[in-house]
Design a protein around this ligand. Structure first.
Ligand code: ATP
Ligand code: MG
Length: 655
């Protein structure tokens, strides 16, 4: 449980920032939205099982389920007795209509090369690769590790695994050989799929080299399939172990019968981002996961057959699993997929892609939006973004100023912004606007998705009610929820089910306003205790980002003899701004004005960059280590170790 220090401390988190701007659905959007009637919330609340079963009916089952839900906390089972195949639902079922020739993926490589896969193309390649995996001895239940760049072979390999019932374990291509080794060992994969390299910011990421380094000594891996992507010289194929993807595919039949999977058979495992500590290998199963991702994709992104949808996440994270691969394909959508970084060759690359393919729905992360703010408006202004009709964000709380910037500069003031809260563990979005119904408030993920019941509790487990703040929990199961941590049932219970009995603990703080809107406040671990006020880092950061000079901010609590903790802020400023003592004074005053004196940072440091996970989330625990002069905790999930090293040096000098 979270530490409880002050006398007046009731265990609630204080609501500080006031955000009064509201954005009802633009009329033109509302009129064409798939979901316009708020009555669906009540309908889903009355009978959630029937609500989810309704979506399940829209999918193809080899055998229908005989029970929707079995709930024995902390384990839920969904669609018991049902048999289905996820790749069949993502591919085969679209082949009987005109969708067969529709683009499933429009892919662009960082160097500017391009490939388009229709549903028929994707089906053929998936079947061939599934046969290829079988020829390597992969059987139902065997785990397969995928360590690939953002190239079409990644979703193809995932769907091929799903087709034969072999759970995949995707390891983000930015991870080092050491991180890969640990994940391979954890999953005990005998087959690994990789590429010679991938492109990132004009450089080649040496994936195959990392694989070779990770397979030294004892390893469960017997076969390595290698995609030829970068064709750089140093790819040494190991005799008897390594095989080129194209050689394997050349001889494979064009069809492969989908394996009928039980609803509760494992679909995949995937590690969390590692923002708060050691990453956890989260297990997802088949039926409920597909139903949950299918339903949320359809309603939240308001998908139509004509849409060009682009989720900019890497498939190495859960957002890519659920909202690039499984949700969009189950819906028969057309997705853009991009290999590289947003600043190559210039800072307008994302907007060039939107213009080129006529993207209509864009889903990205607050960290990206804050980066675009820092670069300035001139880059989106260079391009025609008029095809966009809906915007989304995920990954961290979005600061209201970043939200409004996104709304204005990318959405042109006409696109609803869906701020979607969820986790690797939840598998699907749980708190989100429905864009044709919800009046938006910048910085709030608004309401639980229909059929989802969340609660906000104080330390003692009491519901705090509107106007209060506390811990976000789920009391009822949802279809795509995790089924465990791979190979570690004890950690599963300890991590998620031990704070409150039979209640799922998200680890996130949240406040709920008088209208019942949810405002995510970041990790419970990041809450700062100043003189018995429990203050969320998120709100102080948002007050700082509200100042026009600031691009990004990270706040932490540093031990303080009198106050318990004192607030320290690390700030990055916009490209045209210069750091000065006057600006520090201005920023401290700005926080005092926006929130109040108790939230005024004691110290503000200018940073060139903030330490982030490889998925782009700010790692405040490392900043705490820096500020308190400790050795750094686990840094394996850190994107760029040089960033904290630089801060350590700077911090040491200033004290
Ligand atoms: P770890 O669990 O290993 O520390 P992580 O929690 O960052 O890593 P993910 O599962 O990728 O790993 O991220 C889920 C978390 O991201 C949520 O618990 C929440 O803190 C944050 N998050 C995601 N989307 C939102 C959002 N829209 N608003 C606020 N926070 C969000
Ligand atoms: Mg987490």
């Amino acid at each position: 449980m979270v530490e409880n220090t002050g006398v007046e401390n009731t265990g609630s988190i204080e609501a500080l920032l006031q955000e009064d701007r509201t954005f009802p659905p633009p009329e033109a959007f509302r009129r064409q939205a798939n979901i316009q009637d708020p009555a669906i919330y009540e309908e889903a609340r009355r009978d959630p099982e029937a609500f989810w079963a309704g979506f399940a009916e829209e999918l193809d089952w080899f055998q229908k389920w005989d029970q929707v839900l079995d709930w024995k906390p902390p384990y839920a089972q969904w669609f018991l007795g049902g048999k289905l195949n996820v790749s069949y639902n993502c591919l085969d079922r679209h082949l009987t209509s005109a969708r067969r020739n529709k683009a499933a993926f429009i892919w662009e490589g960082e160097p500017g090369d391009r490939r388009v896969y229709t549903y028929k193309d994707l089906h053929r390649e998936v079947c061939q690769f599934a046969n290829g995996l079988k020829s390597l001895g992969v059987k139902k239940g065997d785990r397969v590790t995928l360590y690939l760049p953002m190239i079409p072979e990644l979703p193809i390999a995932m769907l091929a695994c799903a087709r034969i019932g072999a759970p995949h374990s995707v390891v983000f291509g930015g991870f080092s050989a050491e991180s890969l080794r640990g994940r391979i060992e954890d999953s005990q994969s005998r087959v690994l799929v990789t590429a010679d390299g991938g492109y990132r910011r004009g450089n080649i990421i040496p994936l195959k080299q990392n694989v070779d380094d990770s397979l030294t000594g004892q390893s469960p891996v017997e076969k390595v399939v290698v995609v030829r992507r970068t064709e750089h010289a140093d790819d040494k194929m190991v005799d008897g172990r390594d095989i080129w993807w194209h050689d394997l595919m050349a001889t494979q039949p064009l069809t492969c019968e989908p394996e009928p999977m039980d609803s509760e058979d494992m679909l995949y495992m995937l590690y969390t981002s590692g923002t708060t500590g050691q990453p956890k290998g989260i297990v997802h199963t088949t039926g409920g996961y597909l139903v949950g991702t299918y339903a949320t994709t359809k309603w939240i992104f308001d998908l139509k057959d004509e849409d060009v949808y682009w989720c900019t996440a890497d498939i190495g994270w859960v957002t890519g699993h659920s909202y690039i691969v499984y949700g969009p394909l189950a819906n028969g959508a057309t997705s853009v997929m991009y290999e590289g970084s947003p600043d190559y060759p210039d800072l307008d690359r994302f907007w060039a892609i939107v213009e080129k393919y006529g993207v209509t729905v864009l889903y990205t992360a607050p960290t990206a939006i804050r980066t675009f703010m820092r670069w300035g408006e001139e880059y989106p202004k260079r391009r025609d973004l008029s095809t966009l009709r809906l915007l989304g964000t995920v990954g961290e709380p979005i600061n209201p100023e970043a939200w409004v910037w996104y709304w204005e500069n990318i959405g042109g003031g006409r696109c609803p912004v869906v701020d979607t809260w969820w986790q690797t563990e939840t598998g699907m979005v749980l708190i989100t606007p429905l864009p044709g119904i919800t009046t938006l408030k910048p910085g709030s993920a608004t309401q639980p998705f229909p059929g989802i019941e969340v609660d906000v509790l104080d330390e003692a487990g009491n519901s705090v009610g509107p106007g209060g703040g506390g811990y976000l929990v789920l009391k009822k199961p949802w279809p795509a929820m995790l089924r465990g941590i791979y190979g570690d049932p004890e950690r599963y219970v300890q991590q998620y089910w031990s704070q409150y009995p039979d209640i799922y603990f998200t680890g996130d703080g949240v406040k709920i306003d008088e209208e019942g809107y949810y405002w995510l406040l970041g990790r419970v671990d990041d809450v700062i205790n100043v003189s018995a006020h429990r203050i969320s880092t998120m709100e102080v950061e948002s007050a700082l980002v509200d100042n026009p000079n600031v691009a990004e901010a990270a706040c932490i609590g540093k031990s303080h003899d009198i106050k318990g903790q004192a607030i320290v802020a690390f700030v990055t400023i916009k490209n045209h701004v210069t750091a000065s003592d006057a600006l520090i004074a201005e920023l401290k005053q700005h926080v005092t004005t926006k929130i109040g004196a108790m939230a005024r940072p004691d110290d503000i440091y200018f940073a060139a960059e903030l330490p982030k996970t490889r998925s782009g989330k700010i790692m405040r625990r490392l900043l705490r280590d820096v500020a308190e002069g400790r050795a750094l905790g686990d840094t394996t999930t850190l994107a760029d170790p040089a960033v904290v090293e630089a801060l350590k040096e700077q911090y040491g000098d200033d004290e």
